[in-house]
Design a protein around this ligand. Structure first.
Ligand code: ATP
Ligand code: MG
Length: 341
């Protein structure tokens, strides 16, 4: 790792940055297909920065012991899924203190109305008894995560589109008021995989915070549990295997997942299952998922057996991330009129 240099080659690439919250023991297929798979691809073509969002996690109540454990588990799953610490800068959000420094400036750039319009705030506020102020201001902290690194593209799922739009607006507003400071980032949202749905409730996105875990496939699920969940997935009223997210959301979701694992286009999967029953598709999908996820699960557990090595990777990642963050915050502080110490 000491030999890992941000080569001049990677510095000329567009920068990709994204994060995943440390809010569960395992990532689910929405995180894996909607976000992590894109991270793995982009580390080959971009100057790549991926972090574990432990600060976002505490917008809702977390147990400290669990949060620490989940932070490492999330990092292990990043690497087990194919993120290479030699190619990607992998770090923990709270290791870069400039995040909150910029977060404050952006809270003062955003308006209360903007924050209150965020649908994720409304959804999560409805689900939680205690609504923290951080749950409301979280999109400004997310904007700070992105703008601090001058990211060009942010690979995320569809549910983050609104927050990214706010980030773009805040960057533009700041640039207009204080002069060119931030790169305005593009959302990296892939049409087909941007929203993986809950297997029990194909109208809702698969989510870590969903009430019913039966609808969520976890990356670290044991084969038996995983197979059971696929087999009991809610499908649609007729019996035809066809792709139509509007009228057949359940089967269409299964086809999307199948296609992501097999790498085949959806039409050819539909052709293979012509005349077959939903049960055939579910069993084949479960086998495919077990085959794809078993190495990820095994590698995650290996990595977790050696936390010192993981911590070393995260430490090196934080150093690289902070070097960039420091430059941005110096510029920002000077522009808003903070005297240097
Ligand atoms: P929580 O319910 O706690 O918000 P989450 O499941 O939404 O958890 P996050 O850590 O908030 O997970 O999101 C990490 C990344 O995964 C984001 O880029 C998000 O857009 C993406 N993502 C989350 N759920 C899905 C989904 N169902 N389909 C596609 N992408 C998703
Ligand atoms: Mg989320």
């Amino acid at each position: 790792m000491g030999t890992m240099t941000q080569t001049s080659e990677s510095q000329h690439r567009p920068r990709s940055l994204s994060g995943i919250q440390a809010t569960s023991d395992s990532l689910h297929l929405g995180n894996y297909i909607g976000a992590l798979q894109q991270f793995v691809e982009q580390q080959e073509t971009h100057d790549a920065f991926f972090f574990i969002a432990n600060m976002h996690a505490i917008t809702v109540e977390q147990d400290p012991v669990e949060l620490r454990e989940r932070t490492l588990r999330t990092a292990a799953q990043f690497i087990a899924s194919g993120l290479d610490p030699e190619k990607s800068t992998i770090f923990i959000q709270s290791h870069v203190p400039q995040t909150t420094q910029l977060g404050w400036v952006l809270e003062c750039t955003a308006s209360l109305g903007e924050a209150q319009r965020m649908t994720q705030f409304k959804d999560k506020a409805a689900k939680n008894e205690h609504i923290s102020l951080g749950l409301l201001t979280y999109p400004a902290l997310m904007a700070a995560d992105i703008l601090l690194y001058q990211a060009n593209v942010v690979p995320v799922g569809e549910d983050q589109r609104q927050h990214l739009e706010l980030t773009r607006n805040l960057a533009g507003r700041f640039n207009q008021r204080y002069g060119q400071t931030f790169t305005v980032p593009e959302p990296g949202i892939l049409k087909q995989t941007a929203k993986i749905y809950d297997l029990q409730d194909p109208g809702a996105k698969m989510s870590k915070s969903a009430a019913n875990p039966a609808g969520r496939i976890d990356v670290l699920d044991e084969p038996k549990a995983l197979t059971k969940k696929f087999k009991s997935a809610v499908t649609d009223n007729d019996t035809v295997i066809a792709y139509d997210p509007e009228t057949k959301p359940g089967v269409s979701n299964l086809l999307t997942i199948y296609s992501s694992f097999s790498g085949e286009p959806i039409e050819s999967i539909v052709a293979q299952f012509e005349g077959k029953m939903y049960g055939h598709l579910k069993v084949a999908l479960a086998e495919l998922a077990v085959e794809s996820l078993t190495p990820v699960r095994e590698r995650t557990h290996e990595l977790l057996d050696d936390p010192a090595e993981l911590e070393r990777i995260l430490h090196a990642g934080a150093d690289r991330a902070e070097a960039i963050a420091r430059r941005t915050i110096e510029d920002v502080y000077a522009r808003v009129g903070f005297l240097s110490r």
